[in-house]
Design a protein. Sequence first.
Length: 389
Amino acid sequence: MGLKAGRRLPHAFGPVVAALAVYLAFLALVLAPYDFNPSALIGLGTANPLNDPASLPSGLIVFQGIGYDGQHFYHIARSLVRGEQPAVPPVRVQRIGYPLAAALLSLGREAAIPWALVAVNLLAIAAGTAVFAHLLRRRNLNPWWSLLFALNSGQILAVQMDLALPMVMAFTAGAWLYWEKRRTGAAGALLAAALLTRESAVLFVIPLVAAELLGRRWRDAALLAASVVPYLAWQAALYLWLGAGGMGVSAGQVVAPGVGMAAALRSAAASIGQGVAAMARQGSVVAVVALVLGALGVSLWRMRRGYDAYTGGVLVHALFAVCASYDIWEAYASAGRVFAGLFPLLVLAYAVRRDRWTLLLLGASAALAFFTLLRPFVISPHVPFLVTG
C-alpha cells in the first residue's frame, strides 16, 4: 500500500505546488497595501455592529461599508474560541465547518484566527487538488488539468475573501474518489461534511444519488442520500441553540427560472457608459451567465448518449444558476463563486467522454480564472479602512 501511494504522489505534486505558488504570490500582492495583514481578507465592515472597533482585537483591518461574508466566518470562529454563543445570523452559523476548522487550527488563540482562516483554505486547496489529480489519473487525463479545480474563479474568490468553498470542494473531491471506488459510505460521510460547511453542497449529492438510482443500486443511493441527515440534525440543533435555523433563508435564494439572470443582464446594460471599471465589473457577470448557459446546453447535449454523474452534476449546477436570485447574480464576487462546482465537474465530464464543446467551456473557465486573478489589481475599487487598536 505504501509503495502504491508513493507512486501516486508525483502525479499530484506538480499541480499542488503550482497552485500553492500562485496563491501565495496572489495573496502577497493582495495584502501588500495592508502591510501583509491577513485580516484584510476577512472583509470586516464598519456598518456591521459586530465590528465596533472598541469590541474587536487590536490590529484588525475594518473597511468602510457593510463588508463581506468572510466577516461572519471570523466572528463564528472567534465565538468558538471564546466559548460564546455566536451573534451572527443562524444562516451563517449553519455553515459551521470552515470556522470550526479555523478555530481548531488557531489553537484557541484569538489573534491567530485571521491566519488560520487563510491556512485552512490553502490546506484545503492542496488536499483537494491532490485528490482531484488522482481522480484524473484514474480517467487517463493529464493531472495538470487539476489546476482548473485549484485555480477556478470560485476558489480564487474564496481564498481572497476567507470563504468556505475550498473546504467544500476538498470534501467533495474525496467523495468523488470514494464513490468511484464504490465506497459509498465513505463518500456519503464526506458529502455530509461538505453540507455542514455550505448547504449548496447538496448540488453534488443529487447527481450521485441519481446515478445510483438509475443503476438500481438502492442501498448505495440510500447511503449517499443519508449525507443530508447530519445537516438536518444541525438545523434542529440551531433551533434549540439560537432559536432559528438557516434552511429557509437558503431556500429563498431560488426563484423563478431566469429572473435573477435577467436582472443581472439589465444591470450590465445600465452600466454601459459609466466607465471602464463599472462596465468590466458588470461585464464579468455577463461572462458567467454565458458560461452557465453554455454548460446547460452542453450537458443536455451530452445526455443524449446516456447519463454520467459528472455531466449530471454540470446540469444540476446550471439549473440552479438559472433559478438563482438576483442577490447571487448581482455581483461577480458571488456569481463567480456560488456556481464554482461547474468547473471541476466539467473537467471530470470531459475525462469521462471527451468532446470539443466541453473542451471549449473548459477554455472559457480558464479565461475566467485568469480574469479573477487580475481583478483585484485592475477593476476592484479602493475602499477606505481603519485599523483597530
